[in-house]
Design a protein around this ligand. Structure first.
Ligand SMILES: [Zn+2]
Length: 332
């Protein structure tokens, strides 16, 4: 992967290229944006750019072929540190930051990043799933974020600024990432062999809100079928919102026991509804229908608000109930 084949996020690239060229690269970054739009790949490309043995970082064009580039791509570069939430766990563990109990402060990301860079340049770390850092993990990380070793660069990968503790947020430079365009997403899906052809890719990309994760989900015929049922229910007169709520929750539970997966599914389902209202709002705008516009805006706001809260509440079921009851009353 090089910058030429990396899709989208041009503003963020330009921003980093400029910071590197002018020697003003900060040390700690919070890359925020929905899942599966390229944030991790972006961080890895920055690492290649900074560690490439052939091309000057200021050229912002890693060669992709030297030992350093190959090792970063493979995840084996000694100056490239990466942690992510382990399978079956709900959060990053404190051990990943400061070492296991019998080896505290002598292992883990916060320890390793203080080691002399093998390449003589710098250490670069990625903390994936940063939404799950938790208070204990955050406390162990604060000193590193406050006084990062000279030249080191730390990327925290997050899907929502709201899910970051203020202590972390305030110590990082926030870089926001938007979803991919329909064209870029379709191209990416074809490249990764997820879509069967350009037509299908474009059709599904137009519903996937710029995320490859949503795209993959929508390749699931059952879910697409559920989406159309859900939208039909939404149009019902009167709107049977208890039935609608039940359908939402049943579908959310169908993804299994992992609470994070359930939340992601719930956000996707709310998104289906929001997209539907966005299309209706566009119609109302075209027709100059003032009541339709007002209602549309309220409904969309309510959906956005619900999505924001999905990650913050303990019981998603209560949120869905309150949300669909509000939809019923807003729809009138
Ligand atoms: Zn290289």
């Amino acid at each position: 992967m090089d910058w030429n084949s990396f899709l989208g996020h041009h503003r963020q690239r330009g921003w980093f290229a400029n910071a590197i060229r002018t020697n003003r690269l900060a040390s700690t970054f919070l890359l925020v944006g929905q899942d599966a739009i390229g944030k991790r790949t972006f961080a890895r490309l920055i690492a290649k750019t900074l560690l490439c043995l052939r091309n000057d970082p200021k050229d912002f064009s890693p060669c992709g072929l030297c030992e350093a580039c190959v090792q970063v791509e493979a995840g084996t570069h000694p100056d490239w540190l990466q942690i992510e939430r382990e399978k079956g766990r709900t959060a990053l563990s404190i051990d990943q930051f400061i070492g296991p109990e019998d080896n505290r402060m002598r292992a883990g990301l916060c320890y390793e990043i203080r080691m002399k860079p093998y390449s003589g340049r710098r250490k670069i770390a990625v903390i994936d799933d940063a939404d799950t850092i938790g208070v204990e993990g955050a406390n162990s990380l604060l000193k590193t974020l406050e006084e990062p070793p000279p030249g080191s660069v730390i990327f925290l990968i997050s899907t929502s600024l709201q899910r970051q503790l203020p202590t972390i947020r305030s110590r990082c430079q926030v870089v926001r990432f938007q979803g991919l365009s329909v064209e870029d997403l379709a191209q990416l899906a074809i490249r990764q062999g997820i879509a069967n052809g350009p037509e299908e890719a474009k059709r599904i990309a137009s519903e996937a809100q710029g995320s490859l994760a949503s795209f993959s989900v929508l390749m699931d015929d059952e879910l697409r079928e559920f989406k159309s049922q859900l939208l039909q229910q939404l149009e019902g007169h009167p709107f049977d919102f208890p039935r609608f709520t039940k359908a939402m929750l049943t579908n959310m539970d169908s993804v299994g026991a992992d609470s994070q997966a359930k939340r992601e599914r719930l956000k996707l389902l709310i998104d289906f509804v929001q997209q539907n209202y966005q299309a209706k709002l566009m119609d109302a705008v075209r027709q100059g229908n003032a009541t339709g516009i007002e209602t549309g805006v309220s409904l969309i706001r309510r959906c956005m608000d619900a999505k924001e809260h999905v990650d913050r509440i303990v019981a998603p079921a209560a949120l869905v109930e309150a949300w669909s009851a509000d939809l019923a009353s807003l729809k009138g």
